[in-house]
Design a binder for this molecule. Sequence first.
Ligand code: FES
Length: 344
Amino acid sequence: MTANIKLYPSGQTVACDSGQTVLEALERSGYALPNNCRAGACGECKVRVRSGEFDQGFVLDMALSQDERAQGYGLMCMAKPLSPELEIEWGTADAKPKLFPPRESQYAVLVDRIARTPRITEFVLRPLGEPMRFWPGQYVLLGDQSRGVPVRSYSLANAPRPDGELRLQVTRVDAGEADTPAGRTSRWLHDEVQLGQQLRFSGPHGTFIGDPAVDTPVLCLAAGSGLAPILSLAEAALRRGYARPVTLMFSAREAADLYDQGLMHYWQARYPNFRYLPTLTRAQQEGVAQGRIPQILGQHFPDLSQHSVFIAGTTGFVDDCVAAARALGAPAGQIHTEGFFAQA
Ligand code: FES
């Protein structure tokens, strides 16, 4: 039996085939309902069911209490409709996902730091307490005002995970090069913060997120540590089985500045719809394109009228890429940007 899943309050309807879970049906139609375990154990996919019958399947009480069941809540990763229509409360009136309210004063321990390039280091944080819920592409605010370290924004470089791990990729801005607040915070992270140290942060913030209702080819353009939010968006989309082509163009000055190459090649091997196109602006390397993305974009994408475009990097990079994408026909409403100020 095919059932309809109706979203409240938007009224949008999604078909759910026999044997499919509500989560699978939503994802197949492009709606990214938050989820982690997909096995009824974490509670991330919990929504209230306004009407209709469903088979909840086997889920853990800690993920869905008896009280919550009595109030009509269900876990959509395991729920299968039993009636012709199931109306669930999820999304906003225009069917976009709800943003999670940011939380102040969250704490995490720095468990690892990985040099990605001579200037960009990845900081791996494990949260103390409740993991932060966020949408791929969002950022956190981090600093230490008690030591005069300004609070700055850093994009999350991974999709949400059950253990709440957060990865930040931070460009080191040398003193004197740009004595900005962002520079001071980046040097504090690179030079002073030790493994095992507790850090306070707030988040999630930002609206650089995909519209889950969109079903178009996706083009991601990134430069430097602008790759971070793009990684988060792409990882989440690929992991949930996004079937349309996803291309990631990454601009770096020299070969040493191209990072996460292994991950890019893994994604290419694992997901036939994913393509990675690196380009160098100040060096040449066999098999790698050369030139700034705004200049070479048209060679690879002569017509962007059907694409959704996500751009992240310095504000200059973002502005130039937006102009190039617009000139190639990308609709303004389908261009999403995240510009970093005062990054190297
Ligand atoms: Fe974990 Fe549904 S995704 S309970």
